[in-house]
Design a protein around this ligand. Structure first.
Ligand code: HEC
Length: 223
C-alpha cells in the first residue's frame, strides 16, 4: 500500500498547480455517479445523480454537465443536468425509450473530460427481471461509475488507459481491512486520492473486485 514519494509529490504539485489556475483549458472534471441501477424498464425516466470534482479534487458547482445515452443499434438520447442539493452535485433525467444495452456518457462540463458508465440494461415492460450482479461484478461497475477509471488503470476495466504506472491497479492486491479503511478515508495516506464518499456496501464490492481478480489470475496461471 505504498507509492513512491517522488511520484506522489509530483502529482501533488501537478494537481495543486492545476487547481490554482482555476478554469484553465487543461482543467478536467472527475464525475462520480451516486447510484446506478442494475437495469431499468424502457420508458421509465432514469434519474442520474452525480458529483463533479475539479481536477479530481474539490467539488465544483456552477457547471453545465450533459449526458448522452446510445445503443449500438444507433438509438440515442440526451439530457442536460441541473444543480442538485449539495455543492458540486448534479442530476439529470433521461428517457431511454427502447429495450437494449445503453451506454451513458457524462460530460462533466470542465474541459472535454467525460465518464463512460458501464452498460445499462433496459428491459421491455413486463419482461423477466435480469439476475442480480455478483459482488465482484458490482465492484467492476463501481470502478467505472465512481470515476476510479479517471485516475487508475485496471486491465479488466480500462486497459487502454496510459499514464502513471503507479496508478495501475491491475493485478494488485491489498489486505482487505486496510483497503476498506483507505477507501473510506484516502487521506490516511499521503497521496492525492479524493474521498469519494463511498458507502460501505460499495467499498465491499470494490474490494471484492480489486482483490478477487488476483485469485482468478493466479488460478489461471496455475492451470
Ligand atoms: C483523482 C484521482 C483518483 C481517483 C478518482 C481515485 N484514485 Fe485511487 N489513488 C489516487 C492516488 C493519487 C493514489 C496514490 C496515493 C496514495 O497512496 O494515497 C491512489 C491510490 C489508490 C490505491 C492504492 C492504495 C495504496 O495504499 O497503495 C487504491 C487501491 C485505490 N487508489 C483505489 C481507488 C478506487 C477503488 C477508486 C474509485 C472508487 C479510486 N482509487 C479513485 C488517485 C485517485
Amino acid at each position: 500500500m505504498r507509492i513512491r514519494t517522488a511520484t506522489s509529490t509530483f502529482l501533488t504539485l501537478l494537481l495543486s498547480t492545476a487547481v490554482a489556475a482555476s478554469s484553465s483549458a487543461k482543467d478536467w472534471g472527475l464525475v462520480t455517479l451516486a447510484d446506478m441501477p442494475e437495469y431499468i424498464v424502457a420508458g421509465t425516466p432514469l434519474k442520474v445523480s452525480f458529483s463533479v470534482r475539479q481536477n479530481g479534487q474539490a467539488l465544483r458547482s456552477g457547471l453545465h454537465p450533459q449526458l448522452r445515452a446510445t445503443t449500438e443499434s444507433g438509438l440515442s438520447a440526451k439530457a442536460n443536468a441541473v444543480a442538485g442539493n449539495s455543492p458540486g452535485e448534479y442530476t439529470a433525467s433521461v428517457n431511454l425509450p427502447q429495450p437494449g444495452e445503453w451506454t451513458i456518457v457524462i460530460a462533466g462540463g470542465l474541459g472535454d473530460s467525460t465518464l463512460k458508465l458501464p452498460v445499462l440494461k433496459v428491459i421491455a415492460p413486463g419482461s423477466t427481471v435480469p439476475v442480480a450482479f455478483s459482488p465482484a461484478t458490482r465492484g467492476v461497475r463501481l470502478f467505472a461509475s465512481k470515476g476510479c477509471v479517471s485516475c487508475h488503470r485496471h486491465v479488466e476495466v480500462n486497459p487502454e488507459r496510459t499514464g502513471d504506472p503507479q496508478l495501475d491497479l491491475s493485478g494488485k492486491r491489498f489486505p482487505p481491512d486496510e483497503l476498506r479503511k483507505f477507501l473510506a478515508d484516502p487521506s490516511r495516506k499521503a497521496g492525492d486520492m479524493p474521498n469519494l464518499q463511498l458507502k460501505s456496501n460499495e467499498i465491499d464490492a470494490l474490494i471484492g473486485f480489486i482483490d478477487k481478480l488476483v485469485y482468478k489470475t493466479r488460478g489461471q496461471e496455475e492451470q
